[in-house]
Design a protein around this ligand. Structure first.
Ligand SMILES: *[C@@H]1O[C@H](CO)[C@@H](O)[C@H](O)[C@H]1NC(C)=O
Ligand SMILES: *[C@@H]1O[C@H](CO)[C@@H](O)[C@H](O)[C@H]1NC(C)=O
Ligand SMILES: *[C@@H]1O[C@H](CO)[C@@H](O)[C@H](O)[C@H]1NC(C)=O
Ligand SMILES: *[C@@H]1O[C@H](CO)[C@@H](O)[C@H](O)[C@H]1NC(C)=O
Ligand SMILES: *[C@@H]1O[C@H](CO)[C@@H](O)[C@H](O)[C@H]1NC(C)=O
Length: 296
């Protein structure tokens, strides 16, 4: 059952309006239950060396946003395709919050916009047009828009979408993302405990146990955005993490959604970087379908 189907329409509209692409709703008791799981796990911290991060904090649930498109999520470890940008090897460790051990056999699904703000499968939507205007252009009344239900895809391109699985620790090669209107630079991630591979290499997912967004440090972003082709995106100003409407929700419960970065050559991040982040997931908090569903 979708959470949104249980909400009065007005409440839904208010959420969409206040945070275009904003946070989905989780009950307070669920947030507090998850935060206390995080605190419990933090005591075991030094055990998790191989995950490249010594914390075990539950990743908050935030919106998947409008640009998820499962038919384009291919199982692969390089999702760059023909996209130009600073190379990024994103390493993601997944911890089971019940045990603080690496969670094996999960699939991590990632998608982000290209250096000038476009998402594959949605290439005809301008990265410079505010979301509600985009809806109007698509002939969609904003009161009918529902995250995870309204399908805005315009094509079947697949760049910068990918999915990988490897014993709780995985690496995806991509490029450093650019930005689009009203949002800080971010990468979407979803963790699935139940998935199958289709004949065409794309995946179908059953249980989603975590939906989050990853960010980068402001100083790093300034360095990368000064380079081409990022710097050619002058039609809009970039939203910083401090200004972003979703970022604060990603910090809930002590989690830091900011990716730690090291230069590949040990020296210059503009030549390429390796990013590390650990996601703590609660395997019992299953989101059915495309929307987060809490216990409430
Ligand atoms: C892969 O196959 C699925 C199921 O037939 C289809 O919905 C999807 O569009 C295909 N994706 C690609 C990229 O071919
Ligand atoms: C990003 O994708 C859009 C849509 O496909 C494309 O027009 C644009 O050139 C791409 N940006 C870069 C830097 O390649
Ligand atoms: C959008 O839907 C609302 C509620 O159904 C309606 O009152 C409004 O007139 C519609 N707006 C447009 C532009 O169609
Ligand atoms: C970007 O911000 C600056 C400083 O606030 C402002 O002067 C400029 O008009 C903005 N540019 C765009 C494209 O919004
Ligand atoms: C691990 O992540 C935490 C927050 O999630 C961050 O504060 C810390 O610096 C990271 N540690 C390492 C060793 O990267």
């Amino acid at each position: 059952m979708h959470l949104f189907s249980t909400l009065p329409t007005l409440a839904l509209v208010a959420t969409v309006m206040a945070h275009p692409g904003g946070h989905d709703i989780i009950s307070r008791s669920e947030i507090s239950r998850r935060s206390s799981m995080g605190l419990k796990c933090r005591d075991n911290a030094p055990y998790f060396d191989t995950i490249q991060n010594d914390t075990c904090v539950l990743t908050p649930e935030v919106t998947q946003g409008p640009y998820v498109y499962p038919p384009s999520q291919a199982l692969r470890q390089d999702m760059t395709e023909d996209q130009v940008g600073v190379p990024l090897w994103l390493d993601i460790g997944v911890l089971d919050m019940a045990t603080c051990d690496p969670l094996e056999d999960v699939l991590v699904d990632m998608w982000h916009c290209n250096a000038t703000g476009s998402y594959s499968s949605f290439t005809e939507l301008s990265p410079n047009t505010p979301f509600l205007e985009l809806l109007a252009q698509q002939g969609i009344n904003e009161s009918d828009y529902q995250i995870g239900i309204t399908d805005l895809h315009t094509d079947h391109t697949t760049f910068l979408r990918g999915t990988t699985d490897k014993n709780g620790m995985m690496e995806m090669k991509t490029i450093f993302p650019g930005f689009y209107i009203q949002r800080a630079i971010h990468i979407h991630v979803q963790v699935h405990t139940d998935w199958t591979l289709r004949e065409n290499g794309t995946i179908t997912t059953g249980n989603t146990v975590s939906t989050g967004q990853l960010y980068f440090d402001e100083a790093l972003e300034q360095k990368i955005m000064a380079l081409q082709p990022y710097a050619s995106h002058t039609q809009i100003n970039r939203t910083t993490n401090a200004e972003d409407s979703v970022f604060p929700y990603d910090k809930a419960g002590g989690f830091s959604p900011v990716v730690d970065v090291v230069p590949v050559d040990g020296n210059d991040v503009t030549k390429g970087m390796i990013g590390y982040i650990t996601l703590g997931v609660d395997t019992t908090a299953i989101e059915h379908g495309d929307n987060y569903v809490g216990d409430s």
